[in-house]
Design a protein around this ligand. Structure first.
Ligand code: ADP
Ligand code: GN1
Ligand code: MG
Length: 359
């Protein structure tokens, strides 16, 4: 990465300022252009094999959102990402075989939230992701490429874990038997959403698929959700994925990589606030089959993420960015602790959904 001449990349987007590393993502490399008007990202091509198709998805979705936002009297430059084309009119710039860059308008006067989640922020995040789904409810899903195949196919994620255990590429399986046992002994419910999508009882919709709370930009003064970002995985999926994944991070009392597991627990209160905001936007759009599974979605997505972290640890840390040795193992342990806690609270979560949506 050091050998990349960023000035050359910036010239391709007709930008005269310098760039500086920015943000906290696990996947792409993000830079703020010093004029504070643009965001530059190096697309992670070991994960996203076809950057032009990926960008085509993002252009289609953001164009669609832009029209709706304008019709609703909103500000499209703040409420959705805006793709900046290269001087050649392309949606990203290919620097060399492995390095592709894209440019967005910088959404000003916003902040992201990592760990300091208040009830108000959770309510607003629920509104933000709920509104995003509502606006995309009539987007023609067939227009989208599948940027990562079977992204939330939890049973296939379980199979990938089994394969990683067998292959044991990094020689680590012997040291994590307890975590592997936890993962495999809980695999019974892994198909709860996939089976509904496959038999048609759960509607396939266009969803975000990576609804970490830090993928929402909040207004820095009001803390209202302004813009949903990180659209790399917008694809056909289930609303349950987005609801569950947001709470995986949003309702955890601790950061995703907290190693003191005594601090890792699932907050019913946080669940209630997020669900309230989400249902305010999506309540009338949801099918009964979706409503019935909202309570279990956080457990499913937390479990799935835990097995993805464990699989990556076993594979030798080839997918998620890590910042210390065993980072992926710490993350997996953390997620499994959260799964165990959610399990104890399932009845309460069901009650919260029942009270929010009168069937
Ligand atoms: P990753 O896939 O690596 O998570 P993101 O697209 O989420 O990458 O971007 C990383 C961070 O950069 C975000 O959490 C946010 O802080 C910041 N960011 C990204 N796009 C914008 C934008 N258009 N305006 C303002 N900040 C942005
Ligand atoms: C990645 O890109 P980022 O940091 O928002 C990952 C998600 C995981 C998450 C775990 C494309 O999200 O699926 O849930 O890390 N994104 C991709 O923190 O794999
Ligand atoms: Mg992100």
């Amino acid at each position: 990465m050091n050998s990349i001449n960023l000035d050359e990349v910036l010239r391709q987007f007709n930008i005269q300022y310098s760039a500086e590393r920015y943000g906290n993502g696990h996947i792409n490399d993000t830079y703020l252009i010093q004029s504070d008007e643009y965001i530059l990202q190096r697309i992670n091509t070991s994960i996203f094999k076809n950057p032009y198709e990926l960008m085509e998805n993002i252009e289609r979705v953001t164009d669609f959102l832009r029209k709706k936002i304008i019709n609703n009297g909103g500000d499209p430059d703040r409420e959705t990402l805006t793709v900046i084309k290269t001087v050649d009119g392309k949606n990203c710039y290919q620097y060399d075989a492995h390095n592709y860059f894209r440019m967005y308008k910088f959404v000003t006067d916003t902040v992201t939230v990592e760990n300091e989640k208040t009830n108000q922020i959770l309510l607003n995040a629920g509104v933000g992701f709920g509104r995003f789904q509502k606006l995309l409810a009539d987007f023609p899903a067939a227009q989208l490429h599948e940027t990562i195949a079977d992204f939330h196919h939890t049973p296939k994620r379980v199979e990938a874990l089994k394969k990683a255990v067998e292959t044991d590429a990094a020689g680590r399986a012997g040291g994590v038997k307890r975590e592997i046992d936890f993962a495999l002994s809980h695999a019974g419910f892994a198909d709860v959403v996939v089976k509904g999508l496959e038999d048609g009882s759960i509607p396939t919709r266009v969803t975000h698929n990576d609804t970490k709370i830090n993928n929402i930009l909040f207004d820095k003064t009001t803390m209202e959700a302004v813009c949903v970002i990180d659209l790399d995985t917008v694809m056909p999926g289930s609303v349950l994925y987005d609801f569950g994944d947001a709470l995986r991070m949003g309702a955890s009392a601790a950061a995703e990589d907290e190693t003191d597991l005594g601090k890792v627990w699932f907050s019913e209160e946080a669940f209630q606030y997020f669900a309230q905001g989400y249902c305010q936007e999506m309540g009338e759009t949801l099918a009964a089959s979706e409503i019935n599974l909202l309570y279990i979605a956080p457990k499913l997505l937390t479990y799935e993420c835990g097995i993805r972290f464990l699989t990556d640890y076993l594979n030798g840390d080839t997918y998620f960015k890590i910042h210390r040795e065993s980072h992926n193992l710490d993350r997996a342990r953390n997620q499994f602790q959260l799964v165990a806690d959610i399990e104890k609270k399932e009845e309460a979560l069901k009650g919260i959904i029942d009270s929010l949506i009168k069937k």
